[in-house]
Design a binder for this molecule. Structure first.
Ligand code: CO8
Length: 372
């Protein structure tokens, strides 16, 4: 058992623009048609395979996703571009992820009944960062007027749960009274819109939460216990990074965006994540039937159904493991936090729930919560 801490407020920012499966598939199929026409001779000669079209039905059935919010539609639906386009911002302007993060953070502060003066640290954690430095966390710290410290963390889809656990450790160690954890996920930045297997997966969103000592929290959820695990795997991989400029000939190659062995990931994650949660509960002498809710990482509806079945020992009711994929897509580390943000107010003081992320790395972060 750790010193008592709590998540005392959460926030969510969603970009106003969104893209439906129908729009995404129409753009993808126009791109495929153009590519196949361009390569018609090689395809006829058998030296190149024709690209296959995507389908709305497949996407909805395989993933549960119907639309996603995006920071911009520009370029994303243009078969000649197939990449989001946003104007570059100079140092005089707030960066895109800081802007999203600040909006989510202000909500979290308000929900917790806190102001910038109550916060000693800012952790920004996400699957990808807009730039290496100065850190987005420090930019947000300045924008909100927070004294103390800020730093950025990368932990793929477990960025939110890993940041919360980092914040808990710092609060227990007496390094901060309260920490603002923010997850600005601009997932469309690493989405390959030309890849049939993955072009539909991601959406953009930012979440935020305040972690502070449970004894002073005015509202929210006590963090009963938290665990994290990682195990190396290249089944979800993105080779984008500063060393890309050392070999310019491969700079724009598809491996500089997300690549995955989707089926393999699915087969790995279901037993791994469910066993991790079951073990976590067991170590606390808790039974699954004591949990009122599971807030799971939002990558795939079938995946979450199978994981929830293994944790609960039966099929979950929709309200027991809320799915937010339909409207938001996979928002990486923001996904489980969106589920938590939108589906915790109805529970009563003393109720228990489990927040769990699973993601690239592989990484798993499990947090048992009790409503204050
Ligand atoms: N349109 C039409 N048909 C398609 C399309 C498309 N866009 N894409 C594929 N197909 C076809 C294929 O060609 C194939 O046809 P056939 O059967 O004739 O060969 C058929 O559909 C089935 O293809 P797949 O096997 O690729 O499809 P799946 O049913 O596996 O669904 C998913 C694809 C949805 C990507 C699924 O594999 C999945 O969700 N996998 C898990 C990985 C994942 O969630 N990735 C998201 C990003 S990473 C993340 O969020 C973390 C995940 C958990 C990490 C684990 C940590 C421990």
């Amino acid at each position: 058992m750790m010193g008592r801490t709590a998540i005392s407020g959460t926030g969510l920012f969603l970009p106003s623009a969104s893209i439906s499966n129908a729009e995404l598939v129409a753009a993808f199929n126009a791109f495929v048609q153009g590519e196949n026409a361009r390569n018609a001779r090689c395809i006829a000669a058998g030296t190149r395979q024709a690209l296959l079209p995507s389908s709305e039905e497949f996407i909805a059935k395989a993933s549960g996703i119907r639309r996603r919010h995006v920071v911009t539609r520009d370029g994303m639906l243009d078969p000649e571009v197939m990449c989001p386009r946003l104007p570059e911002r100079g140092e005089e302007a707030l960066s895109y992820s800081a802007e999203m993060g600040v909006a989510a953070a202000r909500q979290a502060l308000e929900a917790a009944g806190r102001t910038a003066r109550d916060i000693d640290g800012v952790i920004v954690s996400a699957s990808t960062m807009e730039r290496p430095y100065p850190q987005i966390a420090i930019e947000i710290q300045q924008e909100l007027g927070i004294t103390g410290f800020g730093f950025d963390m990368l932990a793929a889809c477990s960025s939110a749960t890993f940041a919360i656990q980092t914040a808990v450790a710092m609060i227990v160690a007496g390094q901060a009274r309260a920490i603002l954890c923010i997850n600005p996920e601009i997932c469309t930045s690493h989405l390959n819109l030309k890849d049939r297997e993955t072009h539909f997966i991601f959406g953009d969103a930012a979440t935020a939460c305040i972690v502070e000592a449970a004894a002073v929290a005015r509202t929210g959820w006590e963090i009963v216990d938290a665990r994290m695990k990682s195990q190396f795997s290249s089944n979800i991989r993105n080779n984008f990074g500063p060393l890309n400029r050392f070999h310019p000939e491969t700079m724009g190659a598809p491996d500089k965006l997300i690549t995955q062995r989707g089926r393999k990931v699915f087969r790995d994650v279901v037993p791994m994540a469910s066993a991790f949660m079951v073990e976590h509960l067991k170590s606390l002498d808790l039974r699954a039937d004591q949990l009122k809710r599971l807030w799971l990482h939002q990558a795939n509806g079938h995946m979450n159904d199978q994981i929830a079945r293994r944790v609960l020992g039966r099929a979950p009711l929709p309200a027991e493991a809320p799915c937010i994929l339909s409207d938001y897509g996979n928002t990486a580390s923001a996904g489980s936090m969106i589920a938590f943000h939108q589906h915790n107010a109805d529970l009563a003081a003393g109720d228990l729930g489990l927040l769990c992320s699973y993601g690239g790395g592989y990484t798993i972060g499990s947090i048992v919560l009790r409503k204050l």
